[in-house]
Write a protein that binds this ligand. Structure first.
Ligand SMILES: NC(=O)c1ccc[n+]([C@@H]2O[C@H](COP(=O)([O-])OP(=O)(O)OC[C@H]3O[C@@H](n4cnc5c(N)ncnc54)[C@H](OP(=O)(O)O)[C@@H]3O)[C@@H](O)[C@H]2O)c1
Length: 324
């Protein structure tokens, strides 16, 4: 089978597509024939040795994929060969077949197609966990989403609307902001052309925001925190800008604001029952037409590095998918 291989850490263009032996399922493992795999920001980091998960070399990136179960190992009960599944294995998805632990594999909700299924769990799961469990949002609150046209960003807009929030989406181009409005944003700020604090004042009539969803980091973080209200919750999602912000701790003190870390992957392993119930809820919302994953481009496996560079180069809107 063909696989995109990371043989030494480096940028996506250093990856090669090679023929390697098909994997075999050991106890508690599953081999999936991959039909579609989406690019997530951690895929760009993992091949450069800049991510918290560090697989042994050589490995294939591709944290999330959808496909058909080819083989199951001893002890696997909840799925069988031929089942349509979503997998979030952390890596291995940019290949024709992938081996994954059975507890990282779920049935595809309803009749969702493979490309959509590959674009669903990680981004919607993260934003659902962040807004519902970590920020404990209440209907009517105002949510500010930084990097709102990205994978987790669009999911945060849509889930924010399902939870009854007023959503302000921030992104760097007018095209990206148009996509945010299509997915439900009530107001938008172009933080490349307008000062973020001024934009928040304009969008909230001077009231400020109750929840900040920050997938970008860098200088926007402090500006957003300063524009947040009494007892606001600031969700630390990621640092796509490459800069981990350092904020003065008087900002949480003065307004009883909370800075809250979100680590969906770890949470999903530590609390499998809560995770399963979150996935069920997301599947129901999808089936009810409340969630509409945005896939902006698709690439064959041979061009998977270009797919990763679309994200790394800040050009992607929503999800970019590799179809082996
Ligand atoms: N905490 C968790 O559990 C969790 C789970 C999943 C992902 N994440 C993290 O969330 C972040 C976003 O992930 P994603 O998959 O949604 O990525 P994505 O689709 O690439 O979105 C990231 C957004 O960040 C903005 N950005 C600003 N500066 C950038 C730069 N220098 N390079 C690239 N993008 C830049 C871009 O929007 P503009 O151009 O509009 O600014 C882009 O749309 C990543 O840091 C990822 O590791 C965290």
């Amino acid at each position: 089978m063909k696989a995109l291989l990371c043989k030494q850490f480096g940028p996506p263009e250093s990856l090669t597509v090679e023929e390697i032996p098909s994997p075999k399922a050991g106890p508690g493992e599953v081999v999936v024939t991959v039909k579609a795999a989406s690019v997530n920001f951690p895929d760009v980091l993992i091949v450069q040795n800049k991510y918290q998960v560090k697989p042994p070399l050589p490995f294939s990136p591709g944290s999330e994929f959808a496909g058909v179960v080819k083989e199951i190992g001893d002890g696997v009960q909840h799925i069988k060969p031929g089942d349509r599944v979503i997998a979030f294995a952390g890596y291995g998805g940019f290949a024709e077949e992938c081996l994954a632990p059975a507890n990282r594999i779920l049935p595809i909700p309803g009749n969702m197609d493979f490309v959509t299924a590959a674009s669903f769990i990680l981004t919607y799961g993260t934003s659902h966990h962040a807004l519902k469990h970590r920020a404990d949002t209440r209907p009517g609150e105002t949510l500010l989403v930084l990097g709102a046209a990205g994978g987790v960003g669009i999911a945060a807009i849509e889930i924010g609307k399902v939870l009854g929030l007023q959503v302000i989406a921030c992104a760097s181009t007018e095209d990206k902001l148009a996509v945010c409005r299509e997915h439900g944003a009530d107001a938008t700020i172009n933080y490349a052309t307008e000062d973020l604090r001024e934009g928040i004042k304009r969008a909230t009539g001077g009231k400020g925001v109750d929840v900040v969803y920050d997938a970008v980091g860098g200088p926007y973080a402090e500006a957003a925190l300063r524009s947040s209200n009494w007892r606001a919750r600031f969700l630390v999602i990621g640092f796509a800008s490459g800069e981990i912000p350092k904020v003065p701790l008087n900002l949480p003190l003065l307004m009883e604001r909370s800075i809250i870390g979100v680590y969906w992957g770890e949470w999903s392993k530590r609390t499998p029952a809560e995770f399963a119930s979150a996935v069920r809820e997301l599947g129901e919302w999808f089936m009810q037409g409340k969630l509409k994953p945005h896939v902006s481009s698709q690439y064959p496996l041979a061009r998977a590095a270009e797919a990763m560079n679309e994200l790394a180069g800040r050009r992607a809107k929503g999800k970019v998918v590799v179809v082996p």
